[in-house]
Design a protein around this ligand. Structure first.
Ligand code: HMG
Ligand code: MG
Length: 299
């Protein structure tokens, strides 16, 4: 059966804004996160402590993160690729961090300037030190289904990196369909294989991009398998600057519409959320790609 409650891991302020042509003012980002919190989201990925030249859109992490500290009862995870990033995040009091690995060599190189093995070696001390500092660690795993350079990704490649992240001490994995090519049967087959390899479903979240319009179907397949953590991006913002053909994430509104329709609790106030995405669309100068936002917010 389906779960009674789903935890939404909101990525709009990170995955969404990292992909915008221009960087928004820090105050607008801070207001975005505050509005998302007021809409009832309780895990809001705030920013990334990556190299500012690699992702200039998020180069203001040091200025932004302190502006979020008055938000109560909300986890604010941040991405860190290496120890330099971890130092920056811990110095500001971050208590949830995420490393981000790739199931393919091509994307590891494009996104991290490393081989898969080198990037895992880079993450190892990050995860160990983060846990020593009492932080919770999420391990993203990109290109779990298909890769723009390599095509379909064999399940054994995903399993190898997923088990390495687990063995390193990641509390949770997020399976990324970075370019949005997954279909529901593939999702369930991967989840089943990971379970066989000793990665329990309750430690797995799913992260779908909606390139081929499959993100909701894939999410439902994951829920049927027992997954209860779903990544989504307000208004369907998102992509990855280092992956050709990555488009927006599953829109949080589309997810909430489906979950509430199924009687699954999220804690999210859909009206406040769509109003937030419409407000953000105004700042970005184009309409939200979310079907639910378009349906609920008058032009
Ligand atoms: P590199 O060029 O190999 O870096 O980049 P390096 O280790 O050789 O260091 C070079 C210089 O950068 C050094 O400075 C470092 O101190 C500095 P120098 O000594 O030359 O003056 N440096 C830093 N400065 C600030 N913060 C840091 C940092 N690290 C090094 N953290 C690196 C390697 C990993 C840094 C780079 O490739 C990088 O920042 N990549 C991030 C790319 C990224 O953020 N991609 C998007 C997120 S992933 C995603 O979107 C997928 C996801 O959504 C899931 C899915 O959809 O699949 C999560
Ligand atoms: Mg992503």
């Amino acid at each position: 059966g389906l779960p009674t409650r789903v935890r939404i891991h909101e990525v709009g302020a990170r995955d969404g804004l990292q992909n915008e042509k221009t960087a928004l003012p820090t105050e607008v980002k801070a207001e975005f996160v505050h509005r998302l919190a007021r809409a009832g989201l309780t895990t809001i990925e705030a920013t990334s402590f990556v190299h500012p030249k690699w992702v200039p859109q998020l180069a203001d992490a040091e200025a932004l993160f302190p502006l979020l500290q008055d938000i109560e009862g909300v986890h604010l995870p941040v991405l860190v690729p290496n120890e330099r990033g971890l130092d920056r995040a811990l110095a500001l009091g971050a208590t949830r961090i995420a490393v981000f690995a790739s199931a393919t060599e091509s994307f590891a190189k494009a996104n991290l300037n490393r081989t898969v093995a080198e990037s895992l070696a880079m993450f190892e001390p990050v995860v160990a030190r983060a846990k020593e500092a009492g932080a919770q660690v999420r391990g993203y795993l990109s290109m779990c289904f298909g890769d723009p350079w390599e095509g379909p990704v064999p399940v054994h490649q995903v399993v190898a990196v997923a088990t390495a992240l687990r063995d390193m001490g990641c509390d949770e994995l997020s399976l990324g369909d970075t370019i949005g090519v997954a279909t529901p049967g593939h999702v369930q087959a991967l989840l089943a294989r990971l379970n066989e390899e000793g990665v329990p479903t309750h430690t797995i979240g799913v992260h779908f991009h909606d390139t081929y319009g499959q993100a909701l179907a894939n999410t439902l397949a994951a829920l049927q398998h027992g997954v209860t953590t779903v990544d989504a991006s307000a208004g369907g913002l998102g992509g990855c600057p280092y992956a050709k053909s990555a488009t927006g994430n599953l829109a949080t509104e589309d997810l909430v519409w489906m979950l509430h329709g199924l009687g699954i609790e999220t804690g999210v106030d859909l009206g406040r959320l769509t109003a937030t995405s419409a407000w953000m669309a105004g700042h970005l100068g184009r309409p939200s790609p979310s079907r639910t936002v378009r349906a609920l917010v008058p032009e």
